[in-house]
Design a protein around this ligand. Structure first.
Ligand code: SF4
Ligand code: SF4
Length: 207
């Protein structure tokens, strides 16, 4: 099965926040949770300022899953990293392990450390472990667009197509083609096709 992944093409991101607003409203997220955020770096420095839309990167080696003491994370065959809110004890280990700050306490749940709620994070619009399209799944995890063959809300909403999601090799190819058209030196971006799905393109982009 193809592995799915997100990338944000920084040269196309215009900091409009359409992706994050679409995510917030489409999944009816509590105020405490921002599954996707847009950051601007090097603000005010001519030629160096850029914006990036960041959420869970659905890591192949998912550090969150490695540290969770109750194994509430699971990785689907298509690479989407999901978690079970009914199993979460809200210990916060995943929050500290995640390099992208993706897991966040929802403050409305009922974990053992109940005041902070249970952990929430981007599902790549793929729901959770409850029955697909059930009210339980929708209430706990939001929309399940992947089950309907749709792209995640954020990527669908991005007007400049800065956010791309899909088969990892195709996503890598789209980004590589864009970079070549811009005349950049590809450097180590040109990975062999057979390694493309394993290659953490986002970490190259972050340098
Ligand atoms: S919708 Fe696209 S352009 Fe707008 S902030 Fe998000 S990634 Fe950037
Ligand atoms: S929550 Fe963080 S560590 Fe876990 S898969 Fe997402 S980005 Fe990776």
């Amino acid at each position: 099965m193809a592995r799915l992944k997100f990338i944000c093409d920084f040269d196309r991101c215009i900091d409009c926040n359409g992706c994050s607003v679409a995510c917030d409203s489409g999944h009816e997220l509590p105020l405490a949770v921002r599954r996707r955020r847009v950051y601007t770096f090097n603000e005010g420095i001519p030629g160096k300022q850029f914006s990036a839309s960041i959420a869970c990167m659905h890591c192949k080696d998912a550090p969150c899953a490695q540290v969770c003491p109750v194994d509430c994370f699971y990785i689907r065959d298509d690479g989407i990293v999901l978690h079970d809110k009914d199993t979460c004890i809200a210990c916060g280990y995943c929050l500290y392990a995640c390099p992208f700050g993706a897991p966040q306490f929802d403050k409305n749940g009922s974990g053992i450390f109940a005041t902070k709620g249970v952990m929430d994070k981007c599902t790549m619009c793929a729901g959770g472990p409850d029955e697909t399209h059930s009210s339980k799944e929708h209430h706990k995890y939001g929309q399940n667009r992947i089950a309907e063959g749709k792209v995640p809300l954020c990527a669908a909403m991005c007007s400049t197509k800065a956010l791309i999601v899909g088969d990892a090799q195709e996503v890598d190819k789209i980004y590589s083609d864009r970079v070549k058209l811009r005349g950049y030196n590809l450097g180590n971006l040109s990975t062999p096709d057979d390694e493309a799905s394993d290659y953490p393109l986002t970490s190259i982009m972050f340098g």
